[in-house]
Design a protein around this ligand. Structure first.
Ligand SMILES: [Zn+2]
Length: 316
């Protein structure tokens, strides 16, 4: 500042002013953009990170902000990109209606498992990179006019694998829902059971299904939403026992991988095997719902199932 006023006095305002005055905002943007465009031209494959994303299906370059605004769905071909659990919850529940449960629950390395890295280190690094404590967020919220118990998995956290924390958080959620008479919606995205927790992860399959059986006995609805990918231990437990099972377009859904099935059965697998579309045709799922219609459709299903519930109650 002092240098500026000194120069002004000695050299003359007009000559020096442009050099010390910051360029107007418009000019700044143009100047900042130019070198980036140049850089992209010279190195064809280098795309500035965090600005653009290439759609793996149609190869369109999509501006990240546009992709976020479109709930991570390609604007051109409707390819569904992965979406974080928090973004998913925000896209579904009414504003400020979500009360998270067991937010601080973390896994313990009971088996002292060590592979390339120790399980404890792995947990710590994923907790840091995803800002999550484990692969699921659970809580109570409102969709349309309906109070629901909502569990949303996040594939970014160790492949959405189900360990003791995922199982315990879900079980507590289901139990609260049964106690209070709420429907349950679980949105799955998982590679299956978390092998770092061995038998403890496999036990979660029975535990969650046991809790769901009690919820079902109370004649309360459960909607299972399968997103890309929902496989193995999760698909073989709570994800496949919904009163309604719906999926996002193009989601991979299955138990074992295609290679294992092919080797075991020694049979050629049909095209499109293990996709949501194939499973809809073969009756494993009830509907395919695009992400942008998900909230509206869930509210509709809740309304529909709720009506049935009150009719049942009236019948005694
Ligand atoms: Zn696309």
């Amino acid at each position: 500042m002092s240098t500026t006023s000194f120069t002004k006095k000695t050299v003359g305002i007009d000559a020096v002013e442009p050099a010390v005055t910051p360029p107007p905002p418009g000019t700044e943007t143009t100047l900042a953009k130019k070198p980036k465009l140049g850089a992209t031209k010279s190195k064809k494959r280098e795309i500035p990170e965090g600005l653009w994303t290439k759609c793996p299906k149609c190869s369109t370059m999509i501006f990240d902000r546009e992709l976020d605004e479109n709930l991570k769905v390609c604007v051109k071909c409707s390819h569904h990109f992965p979406i974080s659990a928090r973004e998913r919850i925000n896209s579904l529940v009414e504003t400020c209606s979500f009360e998270e449960m067991d937010a601080q629950m973390v896994s313990v390395d009971v088996l002292q498992f060590t592979g390339v890295a120790s399980y404890s280190d792995k947990l710590a690094s994923y907790q840091k990179s995803t800002a999550l404590k484990d692969a699921i967020i659970t809580g109570l919220g409102k969709i349309g006019g309906h109070r629901v118990a909502l569990g949303v998995m996040d594939f970014e956290f160790i492949g959405g694998s189900m360990g003791a924390v995922v199982g315990e958080k879900l079980t507590r959620l289901i139990e609260i829902a049964t106690e209070r008479g709420f429907p349950i919606i679980i949105i799955s995205a998982s590679g299956g059971a978390r092998m770092y927790e061995g038998m403890f992860s496999l036990m979660q399959m029975a535990k969650t299904c046991g809790a769901l059986a009690l919820h079902s006995r109370a004649r309360l609805p459960y909607i299972s939403v399968l997103t890309h990918p929902t496989t193995a231990g999760v698909m073989a437990s709570y994800a496949s026992v919904g009163d309604l099972i719906i999926a996002e377009p193009g989601a991979t859904i299955g138990f074992a991988g295609p290679r294992v099935i092919k080797d075991t059965t020694q049979a050629e697998l049909p095209p499109g095997f293990q996709t949501a579309e194939f499973l809809l045709d073969h009756g494993l799922i009830d509907a395919i719902v695009p992400r942008k219609e998900m909230k509206e459709r869930l509210a509709y299903y809740l309304e529909f199932l709720g009506e049935g519930q009150s009719k049942l109650a009236a019948l005694g």
